[in-house]
Every structure is written in structure tokens, then in C-alpha cells.
Ligand binder design. Structure first.
Ligand SMILES: [Fe+2]
Length: 136
């Protein structure tokens, strides 16, 4: 299987539930990448893309639930990034129906960059807040 992103310890936010969700999201992105590299049927790629988008929304909801539960101070900007991601993936999905090949390589680059930036720079900021609240 072709792999786009490998989960590493540096991605850990020290909360098992969220690390597990990030791992699952990375798995789904890799699945998408693999299907793309195998030039899989477009229907298959579209289904994985749809599932990945739906999973990311569930995952964002988990983080945002903790933001309000723990009164996380930086939540506004963070939530804005989540919404932007969802819209961006939706845009890719709509465009995919029109021009699948071109788009998928752009989508892969977007997903890899977004994930690295988001987990390493944005998610990391809530670690102190979440762990101080007792999440592990
Ligand atoms: Fe996040």
C-alpha cells in the first residue's frame, strides 16, 4: 500500500481518544492516496473521500466538545480552521466530479500540508488545557 503520511510520536496530543482519531484520519487519507496511486475506480475514490470528510467532521466535534467543556481560550480560531477544512474538502469533492485526475494530486498535497500544520501547530496548543482538565 502506498502511504502519504505516517503517524509519529510527534503528532501526539497526549490524549488517547484524540490520538486514535488522528490515526484513523491518517489511515483514511492513506487509503485515498493508495486508491489514487492505483488509479482505482473513480467511484471508489469518491466513496473514500466522502467517508474521510464525514469522519473529520466527527473528529472536529470531539475536540470542540472539549473546548467548551474546559473553556479553552483559543477555541475560536481553532474552530474556524476546522470549518475551513470542511469547506475546502467539500469544494474538492464537488470539483472532483468534474476533473478527477488533476484534482486528486492537489487534494493529496492539501491534505498532507493541512494535517501537518493543524496537528503540529494548532492542536498542540490545547494539550496543556486538556491534560490540566484530566484528559489522558
Ligand atoms: Fe483540531
Amino acid at each position: 500500500m502506498e502511504t502519504l503520511i505516517i503517524w509519529q510520536e510527534k503528532y501526539s496530543v497526549h490524549v488517547k481518544e484524540i490520538d486514535d482519531q488522528h490515526k484513523k484520519l491518517i489511515d483514511m487519507i492513506n487509503e485515498l492516496f493508495d486508491a489514487f496511486m492505483r488509479k482505482d475506480q473513480e467511484d471508489a475514490i469518491e466513496k473514500i473521500l466522502h467517508d474521510m470528510a464525514a469522519y473529520s467532521v466527527d473528529h472536529f466535534y470531539t475536540e470542540e466538545k472539549y473546548f467548551s467543556q474546559f473553556g479553552y481560550s483559543d477555541s475560536e480560531k481553532h474552530i474556524a480552521e476546522h470549518r475551513k477544512f470542511t469547506l475546502e474538502v467539500e469544494k474538492f469533492h464537488n470539483e472532483y466530479k468534474r476533473n478527477s485526475y488533476m484534482l486528486t494530486s492537489k487534494l493529496m498535497a492539501f491534505l498532507r500540508e493541512w494535517l501537518n500544520h493543524h496537528i503540529l501547530e494548532v492542536d498542540k496548543k490545547y494539550v496543556d488545557c486538556f491534560t490540566a482538565a484530566g484528559l489522558r
